[in-house]
Design a protein. Sequence first.
Length: 188
Amino acid sequence: MRRIALLMISITLGTLLVACGERGSTGEGPPSDALVVKMLYGSEKQLWIDDVTATFNAQQNRSTSGKTIFVEAVAAGSTDSMERILDGRDQPAIWSPASSILVPVANERWAAANNGAQLVDAAPPPLVLSPVVIAMWRPMAEALGWPNTPIGYADIAELASSGKTWADFGHPEWGPFQFWPHSPRLQQ
């Protein structure tokens, strides 16, 4: 009897978890008469977006026509979401990619296919700002002159495209200079 009771409890809990999971991470679905605002956003913001979206939706804010405004936030890779918008598979009211670098790319491709029309504002206000840093092993930074000489993105870009190797900086054992997007180990 005890095993049957445990089995029944497990099945019941499993069913409840599946049912709750189908509602999505931001709570219940929209009311039947809601004004649904779809947002595609870079998945790295998911925890924060899920939280603020659930809070917003729980407030049941209303449009000027009296409809409940419901935000449907969908996490997606930034390039994937751009492609979904450009090929018409998605038409969100809000697009928040991980990087603003995709905005001119999207606008250029949209303009080419739509008689010069712009898809989104060319200079949208940022939702969040995140620092981007240069990281390398200390001996490598010192070989480039750090800390006496600051190393910036222009220096890294120049090194990556110059054909120089670490041998030019006294360390042939380190091989070619590799900027991460060009590193064969990271492209595998």
